[in-house]
Design a protein around this ligand. Sequence first.
Ligand code: ZN
Ligand code: ZN
Length: 191
Amino acid sequence: MTSPLHDNSLVIDTRRLVRRPGTMVEEQFTAPAPADFGTDVLAVPAGDPLDIELRLESVMEGVLASGTVRATATGACVRCLENVEDPIDVEFQELFAYPDRAAHHREVGDEEDDDEYVLGEGDTLDLEPVLRDAVVPTLPFQPVCDEDCPGLCSECGARLADDPTHQHEILDPRWAALRSLTGDETEEKRN
Ligand SMILES: [Zn+2]
Ligand SMILES: [Zn+2]
């Protein structure tokens, strides 16, 4: 009888693969997103589904985890504050080394393996940091609802995409005079 790989979480039980090079399992599953899965401006809300295709291969050094993660990050447009949804579809591949191998690499000063992943207690591997490292760099720093989003009206804060002909009458003649001196920025933007 084979034990389940996981409990619908990102912690995977690899006991059926450990020390059996050549063994492989593949599985598709959905796990709830952990907290802060993303950046300050764009993230998958905690508990939202992460759709994961996972392949685990037993190799000499440990267990190789690879696959794809799909989800939807949400945030706010940096120009108009409208909700933005950003589909995530990212591949990942990381080796989880056996603890004894990892310790050996550190002893011999193998610098390249400094940030490697290590199989945890009970031969588990935690996909969370792997998925985070794969997904976060792909998220835009400045999400926009549309590449051409015109942003908000500087006078009243209205969303210009909803009202492209939006304008204000300038009632104060002194303000109007100042505008004609400095050049009317809003006029230039409309061209
Ligand atoms: Zn926008
Ligand atoms: Zn306005």
